[in-house]
Every structure is written in structure tokens, then in C-alpha cells.
Write a protein of this length. Structure first.
Length: 231
């Protein structure tokens, strides 16, 4: 193979490294993070906090109503226990008991609403957890595949790099330097002669230039774009 042809092969290997490295980055990103799963987990945590808060409200309200009932029972015992004889006092106690029972009714209604809210919160938490677990299972099934793909890509890149090192070791230093300098400026740095024109910038070559490209030992460059042209 000509020196220019070797540089073309080097360029092909470099392209494979770039391509596989990009795919490896994608695979690594898929392993590292999962925005949709994170969103669902956040939602489940929020639903859990809301459910806990709702349960706390119910417990507080229950305690409050129980205190009122206790007070009503005591008042009731006192009222009908026979220890209070004063009619004025009895009447006062009756009014207090009545007012207390009305408050208990109101508080009972509020408690019922709080319990319904707690039930809804619990249902939302179950749904959020279910949605998270469902996606986790799908992802777990795919995680193995992604890990395998990443491992295969790493092995492929390693292989390309060894191949490149072997090829580069047999090239002349000036050829390698020319290739490296060109590829930083133009991509691709090495092109084919296409219908007697440059495969990069497409300017037509004179017959003498075509002959030079076909026969020259050293890499021939396009007079228009500087690229290395191989036949
Ligand atoms: Zn050119």
C-alpha cells in the first residue's frame, strides 16, 4: 500500500474510534442517569410526604374530638349523677353540654373530611410507587443490555487503538505529522482522487498532477485545499 493509502487507513480507524466513543458516551449516560425514573421517584417521595402529613392531621383531629367527648361524658355524669341540685347550675350545665355536642358534630364532620383526604393521599402514594416500580423493572431489564453494549464498545475502541498504534508505528514521522496537522484543519484530511478531481474540494487536476498522485511515493497534496489525495 502507498504511503497515502496507509494514511487513508489511519483515517478510517480514527473515524471508527470517534464513532464508537460517541456511542460509548451514550451508553454510559444511559447507565448513569434516568431522568424519567428520577422524576417518578421524586413524585413518589412527594406523595409519601403528603400521605404522612394527612395521617398526622387525622391523628391530631381524632385526639381533639376524643378530648371533647371525654369532657361531654364527664359533664353528662355530673348532670345526671344527682350531686348537683341547684336548678340554675343544672341549666348552665345542660347548655354547656348541648354546645359541646354541637362542637363534636362539627369536629366529626371535619374529621371525616380529613380521613377522606388521607385516603386519597394514600391512593396517590400507591399509584406513584406503582409507576416507579414499573419503570424500575423495565430499566433493570435493559440495564444488562446497556452494560454489555458499553463493554463491547470499550473492547472495540481498545482494538481500534491497538490497530492504529501498529499502523502508525510503520509510518514515516513526516507523513504522520502531515496527517495530524491536516486533520486538525480539514475533515477528512485524506481523500480519493475522484474523476481526476480532488475528492475534497473538487478542483480538477491537470494530467501531470493526476500522474503525480498515482505514481508518487510520498503523499500527494491537493494544490487547492492541501488535503492528501490518494488514487
Ligand atoms: Zn482539494
Amino acid at each position: 500500500m502507498s504511503r497515502g493509502g496507509d494514511l487513508l487507513r489511519l483515517q478510517e480507524i480514527d473515524a471508527r474510534v470517534v464513532h464508537d466513543t460517541a456511542r460509548l458516551r451514550d451508553a454510559e449516560a444511559a447507565i448513569a442517569g434516568d431522568p424519567e425514573l428520577e422524576r417518578r421517584r421524586r413524585q413518589a417521595r412527594k406523595a409519601h410526604r403528603e400521605q404522612t402529613a394527612a395521617e398526622d392531621s387525622v391523628a391530631t383531629a381524632e385526639k381533639h374530638v376524643e378530648g371533647l367527648r371525654q369532657r361531654a361524658r364527664e359533664l353528662d355524669r355530673h348532670l345526671y349523677g344527682g350531686s348537683v341540685r341547684n336548678p340554675q347550675e343544672l341549666l348552665g350545665m345542660q347548655h354547656e353540654l348541648e354546645a359541646l355536642r354541637q362542637r363534636i358534630d362539627v369536629e366529626d364532620d371535619r374529621l371525616l373530611e380529613l380521613m377522606q383526604a388521607a385516603e386519597s393521599a394514600a391512593a396517590r402514594e400507591r399509584d406513584a410507587n406503582g409507576a416507579t416500580v414499573e419503570l424500575e423493572q423495565v430499566r433493570a431489564g435493559r440495564a444488562g443490555e446497556v452494560l454489555e453494549r458499553a463493554a463491547a464498545l470499550r473492547a472495540a475502541i481498545d482494538q481500534h487503538e491497538r490497530e492504529r498504534a501498529e499502523l502508525a508505528a510503520t509510518q514515516q514521522a513526516t507523513d504522520l505529522a502531515l496527517y495530524e496537522r491536516l486533520r486538525r484543519r480539514v475533515q477528512p484530511a485524506v481523500v480519493h482522487l475522484t474523476a481526476d478531481s480532488c475528492g475534497g474540494c473538487h478542483i480538477p487536476f491537470a494530467n501531470s498532477e493526476v500522474r503525480h498522485i498515482r505514481l508518487a511515493g510520498e503523499p500527494a497534496q491537493c494544490s487547492g485545499c492541501d488535503r492528501i489525495v490518494v488514487s
